[in-house]
Write a protein that binds this ligand. Structure first.
Ligand code: 5GP
Ligand code: MN
Length: 340
């Protein structure tokens, strides 16, 4: 991958002026977001920076093994102290998102700090070039963690075993365990480097993928047995889960992480959607597609969202049944443009 030397120089320049760094991932952070945060946390701490990690919402349980996790402060639960921390910070490091709005409730507060140094590192479509002083955005790269590995190395940070484990976690979670067709050869070279740092791959796979709560397995069972619908006349399947069902199975963010991918394994299905109703009534929509269907365009056009070509999401305020009805009509229409 080509990283312009001038940008790396700019980053070195900002880092030489900063002392207190606040690292911020997107809301509902995933493995890539948390992995990138933990890698930067350790890199900066090892070089005597004062560092805080502020997550808009809490970190899923299967990512809490990462070194540095205990430093994470969740904005939703600590609004006052987060405001103080952000006030004191002289640099913001935004990781794994393309627009400040992806930090949810934290975005309003972040927008009030216009004068801080800021850096954004991301791989999503449509980056907001004005979101930070320096924007590293590469939509062709597998993950923010892969990009962070390149940037950290080029800036001159030593990659420790803990940092390598966090970066590896981000890469495998954003590439379907390195299975996606979009994973270019370079990502395997980066993974090889990380393995050479002495990471414990088995531990990482175990922590991330064999850490499911019984309630969560039962929720997935319920969703697949009772809630999965295939739209008869289209290659589309979807699952919806209302507040009551989620409560019944003690739902926590991350519990349904892979659920939306399951309908895509049905023969002939090329689009899958998962609707989850949040406590405040907002409907979160997760979308997946196969092949040449740009589901991020669909998410952007109809559900205030975005994302990657084959994996996207969005949000909508309405009754769950209404959102499903809108989805059914719009997806049918949207797919007419594509050869399936
Ligand atoms: P997931 O379905 O796993 O929540 O999200 C898949 C991808 O879709 C994420 O990596 C992110 O890029 C994108 N995405 C999910 N929700 C939203 C949203 O509300 N807005 C935008 N812009 N992108 C989203
Ligand atoms: Mn990512």
């Amino acid at each position: 991958m080509k990283l312009e030397e001038t940008k790396i120089e700019q980053l070195r320049g900002l880092l030489s002026k900063a002392k207190k760094v606040a690292i911020i991932p997107h809301k509902d952070p995933d493995g890539d977001a948390v992995g990138a945060c933990m890698a930067w946390l350790e890199a900066l701490q090892n070089n005597d920076y004062e560092v805080d990690v502020i997550s808009p919402t809490y970190v899923p349980a299967n990512l809490r093994w990462m070194k540095g996790y205990e430093k994470v402060i969740v904005f939703d639960e600590n609004e006052k102290s987060v405001e103080q921390i952000l006030n004191k910070a002289d640099m913001f490091l935004f990781l794994d998102f393309n627009n400040i709005s992806r930090t949810g409730n934290l975005s309003e507060l972040l927008r009030t700090f216009k004068k801080k140094y800021s850096v954004l590192i991301d791989h999503h479509l449509d980056p907001d070039k004005d979101a930070a002083d320096i924007v590293f955005s590469d939509i062709s790269i597998s993950s923010t963690c892969e990009l962070c590995y390149e940037i950290l190395t080029r800036v001159g940070f030593k990659i420790s075993v803990n940092m390598a484990e966090a970066l590896f976690a981000g890469i495998i979670t954003d590439t379907g365990k390195l299975s996606y067709s979009s994973s270019h050869p370079e990502v395997y070279r980066v993974v090889a480097d990380l393995i050479e740092k002495g990471i414990n791959k088995e531990k990482i796979y175990h922590e991330i993928y064999e850490n499911t709560k019984l309630d969560s397995i039962r929720l997935i069972g319920h969703a697949l047995r009772n809630k999965l619908e295939v739209m008869g006349d289209t290659p589309v399947a979807f699952i919806s889960l209302c507040k009551k069902e989620l409560y019944q199975y003690n739902f926590q963010s991350g519990d349904t992480e892979d659920l939306v991918n399951v309908p895509l394994t049905i023969k002939g299905i090329v689009v899958s959607a998962l609707f989850t109703q949040k406590k405040n009534g907002l409907i979160k929509i997760s979308l997946r597609s196969k092949g040449n269907i740009p589901i991020n365009e669909f998410a952007k056009k109809y559900f205030n969202g975005g994302g990657h070509y084959n994996a996207a999401g969005g949000e909508f305020y309405d009754k769950l049944e209404n959102v499903i009805e809108i989805f059914k009509i719009k997806i049918k229409d949207f797919l007419k443009k594509y050869k399936i």
